[in-house]
Design a protein around this ligand. Structure first.
Ligand code: ACO
Length: 425
């Protein structure tokens, strides 16, 4: 605890109340405001721009400097030297695995790479063309019925089993949602393929045939999962923590995270990027869309630009941009009309004073949307893929919360409705 505490005066007494300042290892320290109600007031922080909701050791972001660390490791280094599953181990356990720990972890994930018949039936019950996020949210919530053993949230062992199940099954469920969405039969998981390769084979392969997934595309997919793995207390992670704080079933908690992620201001932005590019349709229309984005009277925003936390370049976007160029070259798509619009838009926005002054840089969703479109993934699947990568972050935060004392999350409000009144006679 810092010696430089805060003092606030109370309307109920002449004495000031002392609010402890808690030191963070890096970044902003926090004022512990638990005693604030003694002043006769609550605090109000719309959008939680200034409020820490928990203590965490998992991820650190410095939005002004464009820094993202997982357990202390910069995202750029993890993207270059690690892979998605190793990063999952790191997020959960706090340290990188030794080679035998990594082997065991991969084996545990492998063991759970299967889906039971009832989940398959549930998916088949959806009308063809149902939005894959609607299907994913439902099938993950339904896992609470299917995998109803070993879900004692007070047991570290049961929590670990839940983590293995979720990390292993999410890409399988995601691919099955896609196959049902496009009206194609499911492709079985292939134990010889690694995590991302198996996902792409289940998405685009043919049942009973060998995988033809290109290593460049599998690497790009693994990177997309890795770059989305965690982002501290964002809207969906906070939703999972809040649901988890009630003691709810873990699969239901993850389903609540998926629901929160769906919105276009959060995970749905990558789908919105592609829809926007299609709406622009031609490079000659870009200027008018830029004008609309700058017009205060127009609610239109340039999708894939800006971020609540990053007021400098999003470090994930830098890495994704490099991968984007590799994928486009691999697929010979440098001249794809939609992708040309994207590149031109990026350049204009990076040079335009409105975007520069407001620090609205292309975010991770801008480039991930372009990569996934190039791979041939339908825009409706983009947020599902984000959810697949982010599941490890959600469950790591849930696990962290349950591993130490916690209270049910219960915000206060600034009430501005009627005072007490009588029911009309
Ligand atoms: N296009 C045009 N103007 C924008 C944009 C944009 N994409 N984003 C912000 N602005 C402007 C706002 O109009 C506002 O202008 P003003 O100060 O003149 O009123 C200013 O920039 C600040 O905007 P806020 O809404 O206050 O920023 P906030 O931090 O609340 O929102 C958000 C961040 C939601 C990401 C926003 O930038 C946005 O809507 N971007 C487009 C959607 C998107 O790409 N979302 C993905 C986020 S990343 C993720 O979830 C992985």
């Amino acid at each position: 605890m810092s010696s430089k505490n805060f003092y606030l005066s109370s309307k109920h007494s002449d004495d000031a109340i002392e609010l402890p300042v808690l030191n963070s290892t890096i970044g902003h320290n926090v004022i512990d405001i638990a005693k604030i109600p003694q002043t006769g007031c609550f605090t109000l922080d719309l959008g939680f721009g200034a409020t820490a909701a928990c203590e965490s050791k998992i991820t650190f972001i410095d939005g002004n400097k464009g820094v993202l660390l997982h357990r202390g490791y910069p995202i750029e280094e993890l993207a270059e030297k690690s892979d998605f599953l190793e990063t999952c181990f790191l997020l959960i356990n706090g340290e990188l695995p030794t080679s035998s720990e990594k082997e065991n972890f991969l084996r545990s994930i492998q063991k759970h790479r299967n889906i039971d018949g009832s989940t398959e039936q549930l998916l088949k019950g959806f009308p063809r063309g149902s939005h894959p996020m609607a299907m994913l949210c439902t099938v993950v919530a339904a896992m609470s019925a299917t995998y109803n053993s070993n879900t004692d949230i007070t047991s570290a062992e049961d929590r670990m089993l839940t983590i293995y199940r979720l990390v292993a099954k999410m890409p399988i469920l995601a691919a099955m949602c896609h196959r049902h969405f496009i009206g194609q039969p499911f492709v079985a998981t292939d134990d010889r393929l690694d995590y991302a390769e198996n996902f792409l084979n289940m998405m685009f392969g043919t049942a009973g045939k060998e995988s033809t997934v290109s290593p460049v595309l599998a690497k790009a997919m693994d990177l997309i999962f890795l770059l989305h793995a965690d982002h501290e207390q964002n809207a969906s992670t906070s939703t999972v923590r809040l649901s988890g704080s009630t003691g709810a079933n873990p699969y239901a908690c993850i389903a609540s995270g998926i629901a929160a992620l769906w919105g276009p201001a959060h995970g749905g932005a990558n789908q919105a990027v592609l829809e926007m590019l299609e709406e622009i349709g031609d490079e000659k229309h870009i200027e008018s869309f830029i004008l609309r984005a700058k017009d205060k009277e127009d609610s239109f925003r340039l999708m894939g630009f800006g971020h609540r936390v990053y007021k400098n370049f999003d470090p994930r976007a830098r890495v994704m941009k490099v991968s984007c160029d590799e994928v486009l070259a691999e697929l010979g798509l440098e001249n794809d009309p939609l992708l040309k619009i994207a590149k031109r838009l990026e350049q204009i926005a990076l040079d335009d004073p409105y975007f520069v002054e407001k620090q609205l840089y292309p975010n991770v969703d801008f480039y991930s949307g372009i990569i996934m479109k190039a791979i041939g993934i339908s825009p409706e699947m983009f947020t599902v893929i984000f959810a697949t990568g982010r599941t490890i972050g959600w469950i790591a935060h849930w696990n962290e919360m349950l591993s130490s004392p916690y209270r049910i999350g219960r915000p206060r409000q600034h009430y501005t409705g009627y005072g007490k009144r009588s029911y009309p006679a």
